[in-house]
Design a protein around this ligand. Structure first.
Ligand code: URP
Ligand code: ZN
Ligand code: ZN
Length: 455
């Protein structure tokens, strides 16, 4: 199949120019002015921006959590991703305690196989650094094409690892050239505060927020970075929310340590005032919690001064029946919220349109940096000859309002209900196939494929 996109304004992490793009056999085969070439499909893209397809490096489909599981699976979640301009996602295959890494991988392969609309990969989320699991790291990286590992420093009693275990993971991942990422919050501090508030009868969702103060995140981030320094492994901190944590990242840069940092769209545009809504606040029970306005300023500035490389979603939606009925005790509310469909448009509207970030920075944050850090580049994350033709044709002026009534995520509320957004993904192309055109889905379930990665 061939496709010609004419006269679009092509934005990459470094370029901004107007040209035509010719696509053949899933790849970009030619870029140039006024291409005189026949194609089966033509898209007229005058006055449109052309971005590389979004890459969301932090999503959780079908994740078991407390008494339930996240409500988007690979089918509904990746479909919603495409509507929002994301053409590739990286989920987390979670190891159960006392189980092998391969059993986690098998489980996630089954969840995704023949269901995914967009391309996908997994990080291996280790929860138990048994000697056998450590031995498997080599094959996970070299044979399976999964060079990124994640550990939790919180969720005490379930997924949390202690420092000794983290060091064992880091040492082994380093040997084979991988990267270790962390949910870096102090599980003991949080566990202590949760018990304390509960014993005082303080159960509403506000206490979720109060039991994960800024210092619980900054302390763990500093510790994680120090462990990575000791083992000299590449490291990535997921879902950074606050100024204190950014100070730890800054310290690492001062000593020339390579640490990558991610924030998520919710931390840039929502704040902790949402925890003053009584039981409704359960909708925003996420970990780490939303923070203060001063933290939002710090995050935007960290994006521009190079401390933060990616804006992900940590998409992990739950239905209201799971969020609200348990809201009488904040510690029973499953952690997470929807967002995969909103990331690209919200970041454009709140970032580019409000002059907080440039167009090139927008592409870095939504696509290129994730591709480079996690071994998808140059096949993905850019618009160049021989790259996968994953492309978003974007109308920078179209206004719309985010609502549960119109979104495609399998979640019966929106974290951003009523948000007015400027900018819309009009046509979304994945490996040369038009997946979304004017709000219509045009590809079949199972189109998305697993992408092996190499750093
Ligand atoms: O609240 C969140 N973030 N839920 C998903 C799991 C995680 O911690 O990333
Ligand atoms: Zn997390
Ligand atoms: Zn997460």
């Amino acid at each position: 199949m061939s496709l010609l996109i004419r006269n679009g304004r092509i934005i990459t992490a470094t370029d901004d120019y107007t040209a035509d793009i010719f696509i053949e056999d899933e790849k970009i085969s030619l870029i140039g002015k006024n291409l005189d070439i026949g194609a089966e499909n033509i898209i007229e893209a005058e006055n449109k921006l052309i971005f590389p397809g979004g890459i969301d490096p932090h999503v959780h489909f079908d994740l078991p959590f407390k008494h339930t599981a996240s409500s988007d699976d690979f089918e509904t979640g990746t479909r919603a991703a495409l509507f929002g301009g994301t053409t590739c996602v990286i989920d987390f295959a979670v190891q159960n305690k006392n189980h092998s890494l391969y059993s986690a991988l098998d489980e996630w392969n089954i969840k995704a196989y023949n269901k995914s609309y967009c391309d996908y990969s997994f990080h291996l989320n280790m929860t138990d650094a048994t000697p056998d699991a450590i031995k498997e790291i080599k094959d996970i990286i070299l044979r399976e094409g999964i060079p990124s590992f994640k550990i939790f420093m919180a969720y005490k009693g379930t997924m949390m690892m202690d420092d000794r275990q983290i060091l064992a993971v880091m040492d082994e991942v380093k040997k084979y050239g991988g990267i270790v990422s962390a949910h870096a919050t102090n599980g003991d501090m949080i566990d202590y505060l949760v018990s304390k508030y509960k014993s005082e009868g303080k159960l509403n969702p506000l206490y979720h927020y109060l039991s994960q103060p800024e210092i619980s995140e900054s302390e763990a981030t500093g510790r994680f970075i120090d462990l990575a320094n000791l083992t000299n492994v590449k490291s990535y901190v997921v879902h950074i929310t606050c100024e204190g944590t950014l100070n730890k990242i800054k310290e690492a840069k001062v000593r020339s340590q390579e640490v990558f940092a991610e924030t998520c769209i919710q931390y840039l545009v929502l704040d902790a005032s949402l925890y003053n809504k009584g039981t409704d606040s359960a909708k925003w029970v996420i970990s780490p919690p939303l923070r203060e306005k001063k933290d939002q300023y710090a995050l935007w500035s960290a994006i521009n001064n190079g401390l933060i490389q990616t804006v992900a979603t940590d998409h992990c939606p739950f239905l209201l029946k799971d969020k609200i009925t348990e809201a009488r005790d904040f510690s029973l509310i499953p952690n997470g919220a929807p967002g995969i469909e909103n990331r690209m448009e919200l970041l454009f509207s709140e970032g580019v349109k409000k002059n907080r970030i440039s167009l090139n920075k927008y592409v870095e944050l939504t696509s290129t940096n994730a591709a480079k850090i996690f071994g998808l580049h140059p096949h993905k994350g850019t618009i160049a000859v021989d790259s996968d033709a994953d492309i978003v044709v974007f109308d920078p002026e179209e206004k719309h309002t985010i609502s549960v009534k119109t979104h495609h995520m399998n979640c019966d509320y929106s974290s951003y209900e009523g948000f007015e957004v400027t900018g819309k993904c009009k046509t979304v192309i994945i490996r040369g196939h038009i997946a979304i055109d004017d709000n219509q889905l045009l590809i079949n379930k199972g189109f998305g494929k697993f992408i092996k990665r190499k750093l």
